[in-house]
Design a protein around this ligand. Sequence first.
Ligand code: ADP
Length: 518
Amino acid sequence: MNIKPLDILHKYYGYTSFRKGQENIITSIINKEDVLAIMPTGGGKSICYQVPALCLDGITIVISPLISLMKDQVDALNTMGIKASLINSSLSNSEYSKVLEEIENDECKIIYIAPERLDSMEFVNIIRGKNISQVAIDEAHCVSQWGHDFRVSYKKIPYFINRLDKRPIVTAFTATASNEVREDIVNILDLHKPAIYITGFDRENLSINIVKSSSKNKYTLDYVENHKNESGIIYASTRKEVESIYEGLLKRNYSVAKYHAGLSNEARKEYQENFINDDIKIMVATNAFGMGIDKPNIRWVLHYNMPQSIENYYQEIGRAGRDGEDSECVLLFSPGDVHTQKYLVEVGIENPERKRVQYKKLQQMVDLVYSNTCYRKSILNYFGEPFLEDCNNCSNCLNEGEVVDKTLDAQKVISCIARMKRSFGATMIIDVLRGSKNKKVLDLGFDTLTTYGIMKNYSNEDLKTFINTLVSHGFLDVVENIGPRGSFPTIKLNEQSLKVIKQEIKVEFKEDKVTKSR
Ligand code: ADP
């Protein structure tokens, strides 16, 4: 092997330099190390295994679950003059035989294969006798039950690798970075002392905005009107909500498509193609839409609801601005979104352990929404990528609101919780602080507490926001209690709460006053 990666990048791809992270990953692979690379959607993963494929002697097998993406990749490689083929359920018998023949005759440098085809005896028999330099596993999170897209067929991968005469370099790529998923990938795929890279999560060209809005509909209509000539996606949590937003926009003659799991395959395909080909500008969708979509000119992503986790959120906004041009992401948040997501966790996940993990992720998403620090920094740190400066391009950085001292109000909340003795949910705490005559409050004798009614000046909604903000800043903890009739969160004091009470620390928040970022 004496071809330099950079020469390959110039020669075949026509790019002048590697992106952040790509070069280190490629060097590791060429030095025959197993690799786990965690890179965001659009970060440039394919080059990380394709360039080594061309540097190394022998064949690279790429395992990928996405049939449409596979075809695009193989077409692109062939256009560049690289011999690549694919094996998946879209092939006819004769096409399949032709690919096997090409492999047999050493006419193939890169083979894309769907995981469910890995146990085909014909394929295994031919491939066993060949020099396989690398097995690259795309969307490697699919091997993990903790990931958002578990696929049983991914379990075949280690078995397949074991059947090869010589163990190749095994490389795994994903955009999902949680610890559980990471550990599963390393263990289940049996990566040998992998070099782990978490890289390139920052998408500088995306401005990240979170708006706490009670009038989402109006906001959306205004937003669409101001961006109607640009391609954009509106994500909503439920099919029902997608339908209602879609109808509303269609009625107003906007160029709009929809996508969710309740539509027929044909309808989904047609809407998706219309959107990708720019025949339709706006896509309204649930999170079922987007995996494997490589549309470069999506200029905005509007979240009508808060997603279930920071992973989901970042993956979804990551579909904007793949061409590198400035793009805008706006999340419209209302407290009702949390209930919807809890409901979806409750009905969507059976395994109690997974449920607990998902509730934790949901809480981290909620904390992000209420936090006052740079959103980009918080998100990148969440993914394990160090990012120290403020980005000056998110709605927190651009928030020109005053910093206000909320220590006294925080003390009122904390001492009320302390006096209530047992753990209660936010609603009960709010009732006591606002002096509600609710039967439960009176039955428990909370109207005799000195903190009863001391925060009457707050509206119900504002007090809820305030308590959530205290939680997101770590001044209070939320404990999710999973019971037979669903889950309910209760609020607990922690060390920080006690410090607030003892006047050891101050509670200071910035008020929301956001200027436009774009
Ligand atoms: P992913 O698989 O991580 O979602 P891709 O591999 O499809 O991302 O890459 C996303 C886009 O970025 C593609 O259009 C690709 O050609 C481009 N790209 C990747 N690496 C580079 C680079 N070093 N220089 C310029 N463009 C790049």
